[in-house]
Design a protein around this ligand. Structure first.
Ligand code: UTP
Length: 238
């Protein structure tokens, strides 16, 4: 099985706790030890936001802000690479081909952001599309996809399963509403829909959740299941 995991910066490094980073690396190692090819896209989290806010006050333009954000995603990616040691690529891949080449070498392929105008949600979907991944997993601070922003609407309900089309429909209004936070951004949802990527959105705060979700398809988040898609082979044996 080939899997791309997106780990939000706020999940991997809400603060600089080496034990938390080590726990995430261990979860990734367990998946790789089971025979899966693993790509990981790391987000910028709070550090990215702080840099972006500071630079915005200094009148930096949006591209400059995005470049700062990309820098922090790569900084966090380096932290994960440090924890993975020789199993990972030496430095964060800066484009999909570079990450794909690391996968071919048998490494855990770690990367951060790629280019201005998007977030690592879209990078993870682009990477998964580029390498024909069997599974794309978003380890976020939200426990799945809801029919409305649960931070705003008390009665929001979580989807256990949905189609990529439904994901796009849910994310479109959230991306128009400045206050709302979508579980994955609109570009990511569109790429998932376009490529028919089987995806999972889970609360990744507890790293072992990732192992069960990837190796057995067991989790309490949301499955995004394209029509006519099959379960990864690895799940059938369990
Ligand atoms: P994140 O992917 O961490 O953004 O990238 P986010 O969605 O705001 O973070 P979470 O999910 O809440 O933790 C941080 C910033 O880096 C820039 C964007 O400015 C983004 O907001 N970025 C990232 C890019 O411009 N291009 C990329 O490919 C990735």
């Amino acid at each position: 099985m080939r899997v791309v995991v997106s780990i939000g910066g706020s999940v991997l490094a809400p603060d600089l706790d080496p034990e938390r980073v080590a726990a995430h690396a261990e979860a990734i190692e367990r998946v790789a030890a089971d025979g899966a090819e693993v790509g990981v896209v790391v987000g910028g989290g709070g550090v990215a936001r702080e840099y972006i806010e500071a630079a915005r006050e200094l009148s930096a333009n949006e591209v400059q802000l995005d470049r700062l954000g990309i820098g922090t995603t790569r900084l966090n990616a380096r932290l994960l690479i440090a924890a993975l040691g020789e199993r990972a690529n030496l430095s964060p891949a800066e484009e999909y081909d570079e990450a794909a080449a690391a996968l071919r070498r048998g490494e855990v392929a770690v990367m951060g952001g790629v280019m201005p105008g998007q977030t690592t949600d879209a990078v993870a979907a682009g990477f998964a599309e580029a390498v024909d991944a069997d599974l794309l997993v978003y380890a976020t601070s939200a426990d799945g996809v809801y029919d409305a922003d649960p931070n705003v609407h008390d009665d929001a309900e979580q989807f256990a399963e949905m189609t990529p089309e439904q994901l796009v429909d849910v994310v479109v209004p959230m991306s128009r509403d400045a206050g709302a936070s979508a579980p994955v951004d609109l570009l990511a949802a569109k790429l998932i829909d376009r490529a028919g990527l089987r995806s999972i959105v889970v609360d990744g705060t507890e790293p072992s959740v990732l192992v069960d979700a990837i190796l057995a398809g067991e989790h309490t988040g949301t499955d995004v299941v394209p029509e006519a898609s099959e379960e990864p082979d690895a799940w059938e044996d369990r």
